[in-house]
Structure formats: C-alpha cells, structure tokens
Write a protein that binds this ligand. Structure first.
Ligand code: GN1
Ligand code: MG
Length: 372
C-alpha cells in the first residue's frame, strides 16, 4: 500500500491534532476536501477562540523536503500580512496562517515519521469543485490576481523550490518517455487515443519553457495550484476571500497559474467526470475570470504576458492530461486513485478539454486581445 493510502484511526488523528491545539480540546477530526496528494482533515475544537483548523499530512513521496514548504509559508504569509496591514483592502481578504505545535514548531512528526502541519481555517467560507454558477467567474479571477499582486513585490529567490520540475512540461514529457519505454500498456481505444494525443503535441509543448529561456516571460512567484476548489468564497457575500493550498507557492511562471486556473474553472463538467463527450472549455467563464484577474493584475503584466495567455491555457490542460496519463502507465504512484483506470479517465478529460480549447483558439485569443 502506498504511503498516501494508509488510513489513520480516529484516536491517532485526535492525538495528532492535539499537538496543534494550543487552546481548547479537540472534539472532532473529519476528512476534508478532495486533494489528490496530501491527506487533509478539518479539526473541531471545544474552545472560546477559533473553533476549527485544518490538519494535513504532507505526502513526502511528492514533497521530499516538507520543511521547505513551512519555511516558505512563514515567509510569504508574513509578507502578505504586512502588506495588508500597511495598505488595507476595502473588502475581506485573508491568508491562512501556519499554526505552531505545543513545542513552538511548524510541524509534527508522528511515530511513523509522517509529516503533519496545521493551518488556520478561513471562517464562514466554502469552495466548489466545479463552476456551478458563472457569476463566480470574476471572483475566481480576482482571487488569483489578488494573490499574484500580494506576492509580486517579494523577490522570487526568497522562496525555496519545494517541488522541482513542477509545471515544466518538457520534463513531464521526458518522464513520460521513460515510463513508456518500461511499460506495455493494455491496448484499448482510450490508451491509443492518449498515446496519439501526446505524440501530436510534443514539439509545441516546449512553448512556455522556450519563452522563459528567451526571457520573454520572467521568473516570478506563483501559487502553483490555483484550481477552482482552492478559491474560498464568503458564504454570505459570495465574494472570493482567500486562496488556499499554498504548498507550491514558489518561483515559476505566472502563466502556469493563469493556465491552470482557466483549465480548471472553465471546465463545467469538472476533472472527475467520465462523460467525456460533455467536456468543453467555456469561453464565457474564461472571459469573466480574465476580467476579474486583470482588474487587479493589469499593472504588472507586459505585452509578452498577454501574448502567452492562450498557449498557457492550452498547455496546462495538456500537461495535466499528460501527468495523469503517465501516472496511469506508471501504476498510479503519484495521484491518489479510487480505481486502477482512474488516472486514465482523468487524462481523457484533460485531453478533451485541450481539444475544446484548440477548436476555440480564435475566440479565446479575441477575448484576451479585447481586454488589454
Ligand atoms: C494535485 O493535491 P491537489 O488536488 O491539490 C496536483 C496539481 C493538479 C491537481 C489536479 C503538487 O493537486 O498540480 O493540478 O492535483 N498537485 C501537485 O487536480 O502535483
Ligand atoms: Mg494542491
């Protein structure tokens, strides 16, 4: 059984949560969210202060140096808090904070060596796995723009690389070739479709790394995983109030974020659907998100930044499909799965989405052009 499938019993979880409960008594620990890598729990406290916090076991097969995640989180959350204090926003915006253990540490290791950490819970807020209502689109864009804005004046070299190679498509292709050379996948029309799909796009897949190598796109700090369910919305006002899941905030391209956010939020059928025919890229949502994003980010975008937005959307959908397909071929060693074909099904969703993006290239480029 892989490490990320080991189930903790409830007594253990309460004992672990207690390490971070500086006030009050832990009354409940429940699985939380739908992450593919780490194990996440919502802890409830019997306390007069905060009643909840988020407890996570970091998957150390993926994040080899989890201490660096915590080090980064301390640095950029402090930077953002300072900025918000100096220049308050005229609306609610929060950054999750790192909770210390009773020994004043950023994390706790249990008897098995698992790495646990806790972060604050954003009160009265919720997230969604899919864009069920288009009126949220501008808020999703605003959230990513605000996040980029708040870290845009922190020099990239202040943060460590917590996940080497993350979003570098040529490296995923290299890994794919290596895995493919070692496996003979069960032949099926789905597998053949994926093999052909990747092979047809190999040369183009260098597009963002080429732009980075030729300094058309600068290295900046990014979120790394701005998919729709990492945006928190205030339950009462329905406004975006936070971006969560901050393990991959590190130097990179903001285009990885723009592409990832759009490929995630403009796919109304969601990442987990098996109705492949229903998968499409919704350009109305795309327009709303870009509008919200640019309302905050316009000030720091260059002409080249606009020029690569279309490719970033297409690439991040393709890249995630490639990552899921490779993991299927490798025997499901990276993403958590519910069944052995799960990553294959997820790959097809992303490839269908890529096809839909490709077929609407002209209208997507027009939306971007008209917004400058
Ligand atoms: C993973 O664990 P989760 O669900 O937050 C992955 C992202 C993918 C996402 C797809 C570190 O994120 O890159 O876009 O699955 N995170 C990592 O759902 O690989
Ligand atoms: Mg994540």
């Amino acid at each position: 059984m892989t490490e990320n499938l080991k189930i903790q019993n409830t007594d253990n979880l309460v004992t672990i949560a207690e390490q971070f409960a500086l006030q009050g008594k832990v009354t409940d620990v429940q699985p939380f969210g739908s992450g593919n890598i780490n194990d996440t729990f919502l802890v409830t406290l019997d306390s007069v202060g905060e009643q909840n916090f988020v407890l996570q076991r970091i998957n150390t097969q993926v994040f080899r140096q989890p201490q660096l995640i915590m080090q980064n989180m301390r640095i950029f959350t402090e930077h953002i808090q300072n900025r918000l204090q100096q220049t308050p926003l005229n609306r609610r915006w929060e950054v999750p904070s790192v909770l210390s253990t009773k020994d004043a540490q950023d994390y706790w290791r249990d008897a098995n060596g698992s790495f646990w950490r806790a972060i604050s819970f954003i009160k009265s807020s919720q997230s969604f796995d899919t864009m069920h209502d288009k009126s949220y689109a501008t808020e999703v864009g605003y959230a990513l723009g605000m996040f980029h804005n708040l870290i845009s004046d922190l020099p990239p070299e202040k943060l460590a690389d917590t996940l080497e190679g993350f979003h570098i498509t040529p490296l995923y292709l290299q890994h794919y070739d290596e895995v493919l050379a070692k496996t003979s996948p069960r032949q099926s029309s789905e597998v053949n479709y994926c093999l052909q799909f990747v092979s047809d796009r190999k040369i183009w897949a260098y597009v963002l790394e080429n732009a980075r190598a030729t300094s058309k796109l600068p290295l900046r700090l990014m979120h790394g995983d701005p998919k729709i369910n990492n945006v928190m919305f205030d339950i009462a006002t329905q406004q975006a109030v936070s971006m969560i899941d901050l393990d991959t905030v590190k130097p990179g391209l903001i285009h990885y974020d723009i592409g990832d956010c759009l490929r995630s939020a403009c796919n109304p059928a969601g990442e987990e659907t098996e109705q492949w025919k229903s998968v499409y890229f919704d350009t109305d949502i795309c327009q709303g998100i870009l509008q919200g994003y640019l309302s905050v980010a316009k000030a720091f975008l260059t002409e080249n930044d606009y020029a690569y937005i279309y490719d970033s959307i297409r690439l991040l959908a393709f890249e995630l499909g490639l990552r899921f397909f490779t993991d299927y071929l490798a025997g499901n060693v990276y993403f958590k799965v519910k069944h052995s074909e799960h990553n294959l099904a997820r790959a097809i969703v992303q490839f269908k989405l890529t096809e839909s993006i490709e077929s609407q290239e002209t209208s997507i480029r027009t939306i971007i052009q008209d917004m400058k």
